[in-house]
Design a protein around this ligand. Sequence first.
Ligand SMILES: [Zn+2]
Ligand SMILES: [Zn+2]
Length: 292
Amino acid sequence: MQRPRISGRDAIRPAGEPRRRNRLAHELGMSIAHKQLKAGGDGAPPPSATLTVLGAGDAFASGGRLQASYVLRSKSANVLIDAGPTLLAGLKRAGIEAATLNLALITHLHGDHFAGLPFLILEYLYESPALRRLTIAGPRNLESRVWAMFRLMYPKSPAERVARKLKFVTLKPGTRSRFAGVTVDCIRTPHTTGDVSLALKVTTDGKSLVFSGDTGWTEDLVALSANADLMLLECTYFETEAAFHLSYPRIAANLERFKARRVVLTHLGRETLRRSGEIGLEMAYDGMTLPL
Ligand SMILES: [Zn+2]
Ligand SMILES: [Zn+2]
């Protein structure tokens, strides 16, 4: 999470512009949300994949939401997507056993997205030793950062017992990676500098989820959304415009270009929550379950 260079809507928008844009965004969002609602309904076959939102908050846990963590479950795999520091609370509230995870995907190396991994390792060490094997995939330097954090947090814990069960894999932007039952496409997002930040398309059992991670606006998100069953878009801001996070007006202005069947906002910041009455798209909450 970086600080915006500019904040305060008066400083960044011409007079009269915000109201009109926001109302348009709201109306557009409402029509899309209505379409999505009608597309569901009774008699639908059971989903072959389900996403559970463990934490829909931003780095500041705005509104009391847990920090970024999601679990995508299909017949083929249980995939953790991002691991905020509140990961264990999210897993236990949702009744998901840590030992049942097969794959963890990390979008970037900000604490609200990966600082839960030392706690997950601790869980495997003492509380969930049944773990057989977990692949942890993410941007370069993930493995060294995770172990550096763990050693600072629990210097005397015998983590080697868990380390043997973990396999770290580097996801390279613009490539496709295949894991057991899961395919992951990733693109680089304009969010971190130096370190790599990623948006992901995760496909399992014929269903696909696109997750923006943290990102500023990039046209690449439009292409990544093609044929997705569900798209989770970060929506940190409303009135602030930043190059490294999305705002609701920006999302709404581009909504019709996304080709995902359903769009849900997450990583909800203070501004977005305060103005939720003006938002016509679904907003994630902790414990939300989304069939794909
Ligand atoms: Zn971030
Ligand atoms: Zn974040």
